[in-house]
Design a binder for this molecule. Sequence first.
Ligand SMILES: O=C(O)CCC(=O)C(=O)O
Length: 366
Amino acid sequence: MALSFNTSNSLYDFVVREGNGVKGVSDLGLPEVPDRYIQPPEERINKQESRTCDAPPIDLSKLNGLEHEKVVDEIVRAAETLGFFQVVNHGVPLELLESLKHTAHKFFSLPLEKKTLYRAGVSPAGPVTRLATSFVPEKEKTWEWKDYISMIYRSDEEALQYWPNLCRELVLEYLKLSSKMVRGIVEILIRNLGVTIDDSKTEQIMGDKVVNFNYYPPCPNPELTVGLGRHSDLGTITVLLQDEIGGLYVKMEEDNDAGKEEWLLIPPIPGALVINIGDILQILSNGKYKSAEHRTTTTSTRARVSVPLFILPIATERIGPFPEAVKNVGFARYREVLMQDYMSKYFGNAHEGKKKIIDFARINSA
Ligand SMILES: O=C(O)CCC(=O)C(=O)O
């Protein structure tokens, strides 16, 4: 098909309005990406200048044995420093993880008319499924090389009715089988703040769940584009399943001696899940835990998939630092915000880094 995208409107129509997404662009086999995908030099990812994170994965099975305290320390320390860690022996069967990746590929290979049933604002399921491209294409100067579908979990019945046929049972099974691990990690982190955790508090912190299938199709110019721009995650924690291609880079809190940003590659480890701290847990912990900025590369040869599971408080919760976490520091770094308002801020902005978003809750003098 000879498509030339002479105007930004024609590209917008093809990618966003007609729902072809960036996969549609990739399938055209263009020799170069359209200008709209070319990142400014400072946002391009220099793989050569980045190091690989060499932290070994944390073995969660050891939480049940003599090394319990050591594993707790490893989790807490990772949350306080990089804000990212990997876990193995997490209780989710490896075949299930393989099926999720395989099914994500299958979903994005569906014919357009089948996929677009799940488009934001089109699906009869309203906000329960959301097929989209980039992050907020209406607002972004430069688009991300990524399509995704979000599946928002409110009940099994709703998921079974509205999520894509192809994956609804599998994703529900994943939610069920990962819930013990998720709860265990969140409880360890909350208890370490000196907060006594009961069922209602747990629900307050992790009442909502969203699973995405992210799809990064092959890209003719990986050096000029990003799969996902710099952002931190919104919620309490995220559990990320990545495939063997990899491409996830995390920003270290401190710049290097030359005053330059340092990005670490989180390498794919067979069978592991990546855990990262979200903005809300940074706020609840009064800044003790870090929600790190991260972003992803694109690749020229194969499509990459990843499956994040976002754990977040329900929209009506008021979120502010736990009094115990304030006491530890002596003052509050964040004010209380309504989760719904924080979400509106988050989804109303392009991926331009964490500061712009979390400053919404920051107390200026802190
Ligand atoms: O694809 C990845 O490795 C990261 C995904 C991610 O950060 C996100 O979906 O927010």
